[in-house]
Design a protein around this ligand. Structure first.
Ligand SMILES: *[C@@H]1O[C@H](CO)[C@@H](O)[C@H](O)[C@H]1NC(C)=O
Ligand SMILES: *[C@@H]1O[C@H](CO)[C@@H](O)[C@H](O)[C@H]1NC(C)=O
Ligand SMILES: *[C@@H]1O[C@H](CO)[C@@H](O)[C@H](O)[C@H]1NC(C)=O
Ligand SMILES: *[C@@H]1O[C@H](CO)[C@@H](O)[C@H](O)[C@H]1NC(C)=O
Ligand SMILES: *[C@@H]1O[C@H](CO)[C@@H](O)[C@H](O)[C@H]1NC(C)=O
Ligand SMILES: *[C@@H]1O[C@H](CO)[C@@H](O)[C@H](O)[C@H]1NC(C)=O
Ligand SMILES: *[C@@H]1O[C@H](CO)[C@@H](O)[C@H](O)[C@H]1NC(C)=O
Ligand SMILES: *[C@@H]1O[C@H](CO)[C@@H](O)[C@H](O)[C@H]1NC(C)=O
Ligand SMILES: *[C@@H]1O[C@H](CO)[C@@H](O)[C@H](O)[C@H]1NC(C)=O
Ligand SMILES: *[C@@H]1O[C@H](CO)[C@@H](O)[C@H](O)[C@H]1NC(C)=O
Length: 661
């Protein structure tokens, strides 16, 4: 049964002159969603209080999360001509939770056009410029402060900010109004959206619309640091660009502290607004086993920001005859999960930092050293947590839509689309490419990210003959684009399906059994030939075994429950699920031992809506793993890979009697 919007909580409209005096909760009520988590009730009305931008932290900041006002802009885009300034909007909404989520207090659907409104004061101690920051708004945001447009941003996953100083009422309350357009997969649009669908089904989930990451103010001098690009290698070389708001020349002081200490390891001056590098003697390296981070302070004039980095190098090389991914010059078998980052209570927004980190710790606990962030981008604090805990990340670009919904009398699905004839394919592609660049530029300073993924399973990829669009060169073109922005990481151009030979990986998807670097393969893949393919062989997805645990932990939406059986495998009990996992791990181990398998991604971290194949249930209340068994099985993968990496074994088809499973 689909959740109903419920009774709209109206609050007393104040007269125009006093319209700014909204009270702090405005009648916000947490909605009862199809499933909650242990953190749902703890969220309260001051969610996500943490400083949201750990790689460029300033001391003067103010969090604007909390209860705002919301109105469904039923008049569509035309309402932008007449924004609801200085008037109360009817519904409370808890920012930063997607409008479709229970935590937002709205739990709506078809939130295509939306108005948000709140008021804020600027701390009187702030004497510098005031910047307004958004962690992410899905999908297109137009921002007004005191009735003047101050920002416009396109793309549901990216942070943006703007200097609002000149628009502020210095000694009184200010009004902040945001208009959001989020078509998701409404016919006539094709935008990067990952797993979101207006009509969720099977492997596609409830969409996320609106503000879904922290909104905040900070104080900074007029000439200030705008962005820090920092990358540090295992050889101690630090590459840094200090971007500034003004077109300054000059220098910034760049201080690297000793790990876990205030002591200064290196203090140097770097010219701003240009690439600069210097060398740090014998740094402690970052790795999953030892995720050492170095705090950094950057000062320019009266501006001071805190940051951090980790020293590590990602590369590839032939180790005993096989192309391998190398971390700090050594072959490290990358074993991770497919990590969707969806939450039953907050959808795209985890209910809290503690909840978000809980998932990562559950992975570390059994020995995963990696996760694949699947066609979604997380808040900055997620990447910091991966840096701190020691989890390598394969970061996907959010995919374009794979099908459309028509809004006639009733929503109606239509067949899959990629680049569709009714949209200009070049326009769709150019916007995808632009946002791909934003992805890499915004995330490239996190040491935990080791690989970028451009296309997942052909979704939005203009492959041969699909929807009449033929473009087999796009994979290579986009690989070059990413490589130009970030030459320090590997690129998985195409994970699963339409491989045209670009990038650093031969990446197969196969359920449940892996086919990792093997000479056997199935539909939409190709055998891996170590003689001719100079790319690394990995298994971008496998596993996916499910167990339909119980209604208590299920996403209680009828359509979702009815499609639980629409999957590769369901195991009758948790015990059998663990037996099956053990058997599948043996297969992977065999492929590591005998073939060219260098990494693998188990589907998946948690159940999501109608998918019941997580190591954790969607509500995170049940961990299905027999942890001792999983630890031993995962360690065996690393041990097997280490043997291949240190002996001169040859690639051969084993004789039948040698096959030990
Ligand atoms: C979502 O929209 C569909 C189709 O219009 C409708 O049947 C359903 O009741 C809506 N759900 C909610 C939560 O409003
Ligand atoms: C805030 O508004 C709600 C809804 O109108 C009301 O129930 C509550 O008492 C108000 N709180 C304060 C502190 O005024
Ligand atoms: C918003 O308005 C649209 C168009 O009238 C409607 O389909 C949708 O259900 C509404 N959503 C919410 C959350 O009110
Ligand atoms: C704001 O208030 C401060 C002291 O409270 C005063 O010095 C200043 O002149 C005021 N500024 C404006 C623009 O009213
Ligand atoms: C910034 O500096 C460059 C090079 O000196 C110059 O071409 C450009 O016009 C300057 N831009 C601004 C906004 O001052
Ligand atoms: C390093 O920076 C982080 C984030 O700013 C801070 O929490 C931590 O205390 C710092 N460590 C030391 C030793 O100063
Ligand atoms: C493929 O896409 C690229 C980039 O958009 C474009 O330059 C190229 O012309 C396209 N090739 C074909 C055959 O359409
Ligand atoms: C899965 O479990 C739900 C209860 O949560 C039940 O209604 C449904 O029939 C089950 N489906 C299958 C395929 O076992
Ligand atoms: C899956 O379950 C649904 C309802 O639980 C049922 O109608 C459908 O026939 C089942 N499909 C298969 C392939 O078993
Ligand atoms: C592997 O073989 C090469 C060439 O024969 C030899 O130099 C190297 O020492 C061998 N490595 C190991 C670990 O046995």
């Amino acid at each position: 049964m689909l959740p109903s919007i419920g009774v709209i909580a109206l609050f007393v409209s104040t007269v125009l002159g006093q319209a700014y005096s909204t009270n702090s909760t405005n009648g916000y009520v947490l909605k009862k969603g199809p499933l909650d988590t242990p953190w749902t009730e703890k969220v309260g009305t001051n969610p996500w209080p943490e400083y949201p931008r750990p790689q460029m932290a300033r001391s003067d900041w103010k969090n604007l999360n909390g209860v705002w006002q919301y109105r469904n802009a039923t008049g569509g885009a035309a309402e932008l001509d007449n924004p609801p300034f200085r008037q109360d909007l009817e519904n409370p909404v808890l920012v930063p939770f997607c409008l479709e989520s229970a935590l937002s207090g709205v739990m709506g659907n078809w939130t295509i056009h939306s108005w948000y409104r709140t008021t804020f004061d600027v701390p009187s101690s702030w004497t510098d410029r005031v910047l307004l920051n958004f962690g992410a708004v899905d999908y297109e945001a137009t921002v007004f402060v005191n009735e003047q447009q101050v920002a416009h941003n396109v793309g549901g996953y990216w942070s943006f900010n703007t200097d609002i100083t000149d628009h502020l009422n210095k000694n009184s309350t200010n009004e902040l109004v945001v208009f959001v357009f989020d078509p998701t997969n409404l016919a006539g649009n094709n935008i990067p959206l990952g797993k979101q669908k207006l009509i969720p089904e099977h492997i596609f989930y409830t969409p996320c619309s609106g503000i879904w990451q922290t909104v905040w103010l900070e104080s900074a001098p007029a000439a200030s640091i705008d962005k820090l690009d920092i990358s540090a290698g295992a050889d101690g070389k630090v590459d840094v660009t200090v971007h500034t708001t003004s077109n300054a020349t000059g220098t910034a002081d760049f201080i690297i502290h000793e790990p876990n200490s205030d002591r200064i390891k290196v203090q140097t001056k770097v010219p701003v607004n240009q690439a600069h590098s210097f060398v740090v003697e014998s740094p402690e390296l970052w790795s999953p086993d030892s995720p050492t981070l170095y705090n950094i302070t950057v000062k320019m004039g009266s501006d001071t920001v805190q940051s951090y980095t980790g020293f590590r190098t990602i590369s590839k090389g032939v180790v005993n005859g096989v192309q391998r991914p190398l971390l700090n010059g050594e072959f490290v078998f990358m074993f991770g999960t497919l990590d969707q980052g969806y939450w039953p209570d907050g959808l795209h927004s985890p209910p809290s930092l503690e909840a978000m980190v809980y998932d990562l710790k559950a992975l570390k606990e059994v020995g995963y050293n990696m996760l694949r962030k699947h066609i979604k981008v997380e808040p900055a604090l997620f990447y910091q947590a991966a840096d701190q805990l020691g989890l390598m990340l394969i970061q996907d670009m959010p995919a374009l839509a794979t099908s459309w919904v028509y809004l006639d009398d009733t929503p109606k699905k239509c067949p899959p689309v990629s680049l569709t004839p009714s949209l200009d394919p070049d326009t769709v592609q150019e916007e995808f490419n632009r946002q791909l660049e934003v992805l890499v530029n915004q995330l490239k300073s996190y040491p935990s990210i080791v690989t970028w993924v451009i296309y997942n399973e052909g979704w939005g990829q203009p492959w041969e003959g699909y929807d009449g669009v033929h473009n087999t060169s796009i994979d290579a073109i986009l690989t070059d684009l990413v490589r130009k922005i970030d030459p320090t990481r590997l690129i998985d151009s195409v994970t699963g399906w339409h491989d045209h030979g670009a990038g650093d990986f031969h990446d197969n998807h196969h359920y449940s059994s892996p086919q990792c670097g093997t000479p056997w393969y199935s539909l939409d893949s190709s055998p891996y030939n170590p003689e001719t393919d100079n790319r690394i062989a990995i298994q971008g997805e496998f596993g996916g075994i499910g167990q339909n645990i119980s209604e208590e932990h299920a996403w209680k939406v009828e359509n979702s429950i009815n499609h639980v059986n629409n999957t590769y495998e369901l195991d009758a009990t948790q015990e059998i699920w663990n037996v099956r996992a053990h058997i599948i791990f043996q297969e992977l181990k065999f492929q590591i031992q005998e073939y060219a398998c260098s990494g693998a991604v188990w589907t998946q971290t948690t159940d999501v809506e109608g998918e019941v194949n997580g190591m954790l249930t969607y509500d995170r209340r049940v961990n299905r793993m027999d942890k001792e068994q999983w630890k031993a099985d995962i360690q065996a993968l690393y041990d097997t890979a280490a043997k291949r990496g240190s002996s001169n074994s040859t690639m051969k088809l084993p004789a039948r009697e040698e096959v030990v499973v």
